[in-house]
Design a protein around this ligand. Structure first.
Ligand SMILES: [Zn+2]
Length: 131
């Protein structure tokens, strides 16, 4: 059996509305590309300059929130960060990139957005390549 082209949890998105906001200078000054505060997703750059991988990364955080619930996800995220900061000596970045939710979101960057995911993010449908 052929492997799926992408992994998706798009059924979780049914009836949900994501609110994307772009060009957040504050995020740029903190060297953050995007942040998901469900149902909001804030991006550092204008929409045209956001790579699909970043949309997919943030969408994975949306799925994590929808699977666990808002409180449980954000509490758990911060808890993992705090524990990693205490256990490891690599500082902020080392702790951040090793949060299990971040590892999962980075992995998700390799998958293409489905049509339903693009719609939930307010992105135009993917153009078909000419034959
Ligand atoms: Zn992330």
């Amino acid at each position: 059996m052929a492997a799926p082209l992408y992994r998706t949890n798009e059924a979780l998105l049914a009836g949900r509305r994501l609110i994307c906001s772009y060009n957040w200078r504050l995020l740029r000054s903190w060297h953050i590309q995007a942040v998901t505060l469900y149902p909001f997703i804030l991006f550092a750059t204008p929409r045209a300059r956001v790579p699909e991988a970043i949309f997919r990364h943030e969408l994975e955080h949306v799925y994590q929130v929808l699977r666990l619930g808002w409180m449980r996800f954000y509490f758990s995220y911060l808890w993992h960060y705090a524990v990693l900061r205490c256990k490891r000596r690599g500082g902020h970045h080392d702790a951040y990139v090793n949060i299990p939710f971040e590892l999962e979101a980075v992995d998700a960057e390799h998958y293409k957005l489905t049509a339903a995911e693009r719609a939930a993010l307010g992105l135009a449908p993917r153009r078909r390549s000419p034959r």
